[in-house]
Unconditional design. Structure first.
Length: 263
């Protein structure tokens, strides 16, 4: 969920926020769809999409469970998902930790790029699980683990990655969380647990993970400079390599984990 408090790295009021979300969607949606297509999400189901962002996955769910199913898409900044026109999709502003957050209600609860930002991420996972009905599915996607970057990094690449990690970790993001999500689900009592990771080889340009990195650096640039450890010229050199098609990159590691609440 796009939450502007402690733990959320990105400013929802950033003038290029929709463009940033579109880059995320273009990169992650095919992975999300491939995983979710295997999990028996069908007509008639009730779906809760938490931290819906731009709403592309909310739209996918709405079409997947049509005509008799429904989707509730929630976010702290629901302006983009509220603009969608799927007849079985409702958008609402709602905090994961609010008292009115639903419980025991949904066949499917989904969250992407949400829990990694929350200081109370295990409690957040508990809230997602609690929103499912007995037998319901919880599916969570976050990125973390291998950070990736240029295959042959220059000193400014390594420095930029080190400083950017410092900044986002100070904001509350946890790069170790994603690979552990399935085990947390096990400890919280879910059944039929599965997990899968995803990485990609890319060259520099304006699409994919390298584009996401460019936006990420743009959002936290001032905070990186404020550390005193890196100069504007070093940041610019790294961004230029993210755009250079002659430079090969490995994307950051992304994980999906899923499980079912016991009946």
């Amino acid at each position: 969920m796009s939450t502007p408090g402690a733990g959320y790295v990105f400013d929802m009021g950033w003038e290029r926020e929709r463009e940033r979300l579109e880059a995320n969607e273009h990169y992650w949606d095919p992975f999300s769809e491939r995983i979710l297509e295997q999990l028996d999400i069908t007509d008639g189901m009730r779906v809760l999409d938490v931290g819906a962002g731009g709403g592309t996955m909310s739209t996918w769910f709405a079409r997947r469970v049509a005509p008799s199913g429904s989707v509730l898409a929630v976010d702290l900044d629901p302006r983009f998902v509220m603009a969608l026109e799927e007849p079985n999709l409702e958008a609402r502003r709602l905090d994961l930790f609010a008292e009115e957050f639903p419980s025991d209600s949904f066949d499917v609860v989904h969250a992407r790029c949400l829990l990694e930002h929350l200081p109370e991420r295990v409690r957040g996972l508990e809230r997602l699980i609690g929103a499912t009905r007995p037998g319901g599915l919880v599916a969570v996607c976050d990125f973390g683990g291998e950070f990736g970057g240029p295959i042959d990094p220059l000193p400014e690449d390594l420095l930029c990655q080190e400083v950017s990690l410092e900044v986002v970790n100070q904001a509350g993001w946890d790069d170790t969380w994603a690979p552990t999500m399935a085990d947390h689900m096990r400890r919280l009592g879910l059944q039929d647990i599965g997990a899968e990771s995803f990485r990609r080889y890319e060259v520099g340009g304006r699409a994919g993970a390298v584009r996401i990195r460019q936006f990420s650096v743009g959002v936290i640039r001032d905070r990186m400079l404020a550390t005193g450890r890196i100069t504007a010229e070093e940041i610019d050199a790294h961004v230029q390599r993210l755009q250079d098609p002659s430079v090969g990159h490995l994307s950051f590691e992304t994980w999906y984990a899923w499980g079912r609440r016991p009946i």
